[in-house]
Design a binder for this molecule. Structure first.
Ligand code: HDE
Length: 710
């Protein structure tokens, strides 16, 4: 029976009530004993119900049918882009420095907000490798008291396209060829370079991807960028324009291309594992959130750079990044599917104080993300999933739909109503709450409907040039090698030549070196390109960074004094390093000294530096190594020789320009045979007392850059 109109229903506040629940699992997995999904006990889950032990299976076996049917539907569509990812929970602590520019509550001084961050590659399928050359997604969900704020960015500050209508084009070009579905998670193929060389706004993004930024060492060592310009509004209603940045406390570091390729085979989960291991060992990754701020004066540009063009950065030297707070990830997900897979980000999930601009890429994104969740998460109630639920009270008048979790009360989910007492109420006119919800009164100029772009959007090369010319020599060399590899994988000469023409417009030396590698003539530039002052902030080289969570491979031989091993390990852990103990065979050397990697399972790519203790002779009875590692150092096998598996580890580490210390000076003879000459920078004999500190110093620089000619 309906209540009288003027008497609010008991639950007129239209609470969203649901079953009592455990924060994470709800009723799930509460029973000690196995049950059906209806909670009835299950006696046997190992045998289906049959007509006799050898007879046919009976249709009436409900447990069997329920179990198989559920299994048949376990998969959901993977994300159309950013399918492969890893996530973690954490917290954001505000410095309180944003007060004059932004009214968002989570930016108030000292405010701590729970977050979930998901990092991803863009092109590969869900099961593809982590270390492919690609852009990385960096998306963070802030569960603020004013609702969810999603900052859905990338590790590269410019994008391929300027208008969202081109997104299906770039994605179709980058994904595997549609006939055979190869190559997986790669941009080194014809369709990608065909599109990028024709659609030249993509050149600025492509050069970042060909650089070291395309192969990060770790999610913990990536910058993040909101890319688009957003509008911030302060408590007085004044606005400014802003670009968001995440700055990793550990610095920005990358793999070498060889490391990336080896890792794809040795540990395709490298980045996912690195993030989880760092968190579980207490080396919580941290990033500072910052903003570049620009006046909202109607020009929508800064120092001649169009702020609505997402293929352009504003160099930090022109607009410094102002820190707003600290993100720390400190909790691994407890269920990948429920959390990392089902998390649904949206650039339109904003809180009062943060608004969008007319960047045509951002505008299209505002449509796309809800749309994709409808098919990926199976209906309109995806924000009720535990990972997506706001940590603020909600009352949205939305009802029903697939997978509805709430038992809504009240009878009037519409506005205005009198039957539920008018609930939910709107903010009181003139109240602070109402002032915070106001849409920013941006002036919209009278315009003609047309499919057109702003004039400044036609500059496609100046930012690629700016990036390249801001890098140091070894970084530039890596860019040349990146293009040479990728274009070398293109079978169409027409495509290779067209991309060389683009490179000529970016930088003639870059073009010449890639042309040489491809065996093609280097073309002359065919466009006048604006020169910008280099931005040193774009380089990764030349600074020292904290080494927390960096991985030291401690390679010990059977005759090594165990007390020394213990001391070295403790010393390294005291410097906040992660230590992986490598020995000939698995097991443990002594109590508290488990072998983390045997010679068979160790691979150079896992270590940031290596400390070799002892000489590592190949045992007289050494079996032929079981894997392909045998070949590389095979010449040196034999009882008086360095064990070939250690030899390979050292050769790879040498090529990858990582530091190696050895406590036994005799190892130098072995190194010479491996073509690692005495005096190689970053390859040093060190007394056991100094070795760890010396290596930590080398790791603070990330690599021994001199070995790349730096
Ligand atoms: Fe996305 N993007 N995107 N994107 N994007 C998706 O949303 C899309 C763009 C980014 O870890 C999808 O939930 C369009 C820029 C990240 O779950 C989809 C356009 C930037 C993630 C989608 C863009 C991004 C996505 C796929 C052009 C950097 C992963 C699944 C207008 C600022 C989030 C999903 C996660 C995911 C569409 C451009 C970042 C299809 C149409 C620019 C980090 O909706």
């Amino acid at each position: 029976m309906n209540k009288p109109a003027n008497q609010p229903n008991q639950s007129a506040n239209a609470k969203h009530t649901g079953p009592p629940e455990d924060a994470k699992t709800g009723y799930g997995q509460r029973s000690e004993h196995m049950t059906t999904s209806q909670g009835a006990p299950v006696r046997d889950t190992d045998h289906s119900l049959k007509a006799g032990p050898r007879g046919p299976v009976l249709l009436q076996d409900h447990h069997l049918r329920e179990k198989i049917t559920h299994f048949d539907h376990e998969r959901i569509p993977e994300r159309v882009v950013h399918a492969r990812g890893a996530g973690a929970f954490g917290q954001f602590t505000s410095y309180g420095t944003a007060e004059s520019i932004c009214a968002a509550g989570f930016l108030e001084p000292g405010r701590v907000t729970r977050v979930f961050s998901r990092f991803s590659t863009v092109v590969g399928s869900r099961g593809s490798s982590d270390t492919v050359r690609d852009t990385r997604g960096f998306a963070t969900k802030f569960y603020t008291e004013e609702g969810v704020f999603d900052l859905v960015g990338n590790n590269i500050p410019v994008f391929f396209i300027q208008d969202g209508i081109k997104f299906p084009d770039i994605v179709h070009a980058a994904k595997p060829h549609p006939d055979l579905e190869i190559p997986q998670a790669q941009s080194a193929h014809d369709t990608f370079w065909d599109f990028v060389s024709l659609h030249t706004p993509a050149q600025a993004h492509a050069i970042w991807q060909m650089s070291d930024r395309g192969i990060p060492r770790s999610f913990r060592m990536m910058e993040g960028f909101g890319i688009h310009t957003f509008r911030l509004i302060n408590a007085q209603g004044n606005s400014c324009l802003a670009k968001f940045h995440w700055k990793p406390k550990l610095g920005v570091h990358s793999l070498t291309w060889e490391e990336a390729q080896l890792t794809s085979g040795a540990d395709p989960d490298f980045h996912r594992r690195d993030l989880a291991d760092a968190i579980s060992s207490g080396h919580y990754p941290q990033w500072e959130l910052g903003v570049q701020v620009f006046p909202d004066d109607g020009s929508e540009s800064f120092e001649g750079i169009d702020l609505l063009d997402p293929t352009k950065i504003v160099p930090e030297e022109l607009a410094p990044v102002q820190p707003l707070g600290l993100l720390e990830l400190n909790e691994n997900p407890s269920n990948y599917f429920a959390e990392t897979e089902q998390v649904a980000f949206h650039p339109g999930h904003l809180v009062p104080g943060i608004d969008v601009t007319n960047d045509p890429l951002l505008q299209v994104r505002l449509f796309s993300y809800i749309d994709t969740q409808l098919s990926r998460l199976g209906g309109p109630n995806f924000s009720q999933l535990p990972i997506n639920r706001p940590h603020a009270p909600i009352n949205d008048t939305f009802r029903d739909g697939m997978h509805q979790q709430y038992i809504h009360e009240g009878i009037a989910p519409y506005k205005p109503n009198s039957l539920d007492g008018g609930c939910p109420f709107m903010a009181e006119p003139g109240s602070e709450a109402q002032a915070r919800m106001v849409d920013f009164p941006e002036a919209v100029t009278e315009a003609v409907k047309e499919r057109a772009e702003p004039v400044g959007f036609s500059d496609h090369f100046s930012q690629a040039r700016l990036f390249y010319r801001s890098l140091t020599a070894p970084e530039q060399l890596h860019v040349q090698q990146g293009y040479s590899f990728e274009l070398g994988k293109c079978s169409s000469e027409e495509v290779r030549k067209r991309q060389l023409q683009c490179l000529a417009n970016i930088d003639e030396e870059l073009c010449a070196s890639v042309a040489l590698a491809l065996g093609l003539p280097a073309p002359q530039p065919d466009e006048e390109v604006k020169d910008m002052a280099p931005s040193p902030a774009l380089s990764q080289v030349g600074q020292q960074w904290p080494v927390d969570g960096r991985v030291l491979g401690l390679v010990v031989s059977p005759e090594t004094d165990l007390e020394l091993v213990r001391r070295l390990k403790d010393e390294a852990m005291g410097l906040n390093l992660r230590v992986l103990l490598v020995a000939a065979d698995g097991g443990k050397l002594a109590e508290g000294l488990p072998v983390d990697r045997s010679y068979l399972t160790a691979r150079s790519v896992e270590f940031d530096s290596i400390l070799v203790v002892g000489r590592h002779r190949a045992a007289p009875t050494a079996k032929v190594p079981l894997d392909t590692k045998a070949g590389a150092a095979g010449d040196h096998a034999g009882p008086e020789m360095l064990d070939p598996r250690v030899g390979l580890l050292l050769q790879e580490t040498f090529r990858q320009s990582k530091a190696v210390a050895y406590t036994s000076p005799e190892l130098e003879q072995d190194l010479a045979k491996l073509a690692i000459p005495a005096g190689t920078p970053g390859f040093e004999h060190q007394d056991a007392g100094q070795a760890v500190t010396w290596l930590a110093g080398q790791m603070a620089l990330h690599r021994v850059w001199q070995r790349f000619g730096g």
